[in-house]
Design a protein around this ligand. Structure first.
Ligand code: NAI
Length: 276
């Protein structure tokens, strides 16, 4: 950091860096034609909507799933509907070897990775005084270890390639304490990955962008539980949960050349839940 005006006077070699060589037309910027995207947690919910968005914008897409092999059929549908190449890969993100081996396979299949959406997550929503340590470890293994495994190994690929784009699905729970159900461990896992993602944006500044999406309640398996539903409607300024089609544009924007000046950002998309 410069301490005084004289310090600021010195030009740094190589600065300013050049503007990117991207189209000026915004719809051309949003095209992902020729790009390769990996989305995990892609069998259902937000991850499936994101995989659809990538394919609709022309990207070749690898859909990673854990146990729900609906992803296999979805991958085939995306390929035939949009004329893109798509695979479905079974990966447990809490297993580092499985993540690393599958990334190697994706590079073999597609030649490169432009975009990685680290979206898989899970919740066992209980107060810490009622939560077992096994439940704590389970959430950490998917929500924290899973993001670290994916980031570390895809980061190595991005560095080797000289380009890349990581998008992490965190949560509004990284910003606020959810009510009425106490779930400190889930909230803590999401706070970790939000700050981890911001930190990676700096670490990887020479070769990749990293941004974070923080959803509020979306109507998926992980959306508001029956006991939270009325409070979710009351807290959200828009009075409802989000539909997964309403989050596709944000991921597409972050994945595309429309967001080349964005890195280290954490974007809330929550229907105004955290406003009050
Ligand atoms: P979902 O339950 O449909 O998706 C979660 C996905 O993660 C599933 O496909 C599941 O198979 C996958 N997954 C879980 N454990 C895994 C493992 N060990 N290895 C690989 N994949 C694994 O729910 P949703 O809503 O689509 O969740 C996606 C992300 O959005 C999660 O990270 C969640 O925490 C986050 N989120 C969701 C919100 C909501 O209201 N739906 C709110 C805020 C964040």
């Amino acid at each position: 950091m410069s301490m005084n005006l004289a310090d600021c006077d010195r030009a740094r070699e190589g600065f300013p860096r050049p503007f990117p060589n991207t189209p000026t037309n915004v719809l051309e910027q949003l095209s992902l034609r020729g790009k390769v995207a990996v989305v995990n947690g892609a069998a259902d919910g937000i991850g499936l909507a994101v995989a659809e968005a990538m394919a609709e914008a022309g990207a070749n897409v690898a859909l990673w799933y854990n146990s729900n092999d609906r992803a296999v059929q979805k991958s085939q549908e995306l390929a035939s509907t949009h004329g893109i190449k798509s695979t479905a890969n079974k990966v447990d993100v809490s297993n580092a070897d499985s993540v690393q081996n599958t990334l190697t396979q994706v590079v073999k299949d597609f030649g490169k990775i432009d975009i990685f959406v680290a979206n898989a997550g899970m919740a066992i929503s209980k107060p810490i005084l009622e939560q077992t340590l096994d439940e704590y470890h389970k959430q950490m293994s998917v929500n924290v270890d899973g993001i670290v495994h994916c980031s570390k190994f895809v980061g190595e690929i991005f560095k080797r390639q000289g380009f890349g784009n990581l998008i992490i699905t965190s949560s509004m729970s990284a910003h606020i304490v959810n009510v009425p159900t106490d779930q400190p461990v889930y909230n803590g896992t999401k706070a970790f990955i939000t700050h981890f993602g911001k930190s990676l944006a700096r670490e990887w500044r020479e070769f990749a962008r990293v941004n974070i999406v923080s959803p509020g309640f979306f109507d998926t398996k992980m959306g508001a539980s029956p006991e939270c539903l009325n409070e979710a409607y009351r807290m959200s300024a828009l009075g409802r949960q989000g539909h997964t089609k309403e989050i596709k544009g944000l991921y597409l924007y972050l994945a595309s050349d429309a967001s080349t000046y964005m890195t280290g950002s954490d974007v809330l998309i929550d229907g105004g839940y955290v406003l009050p």
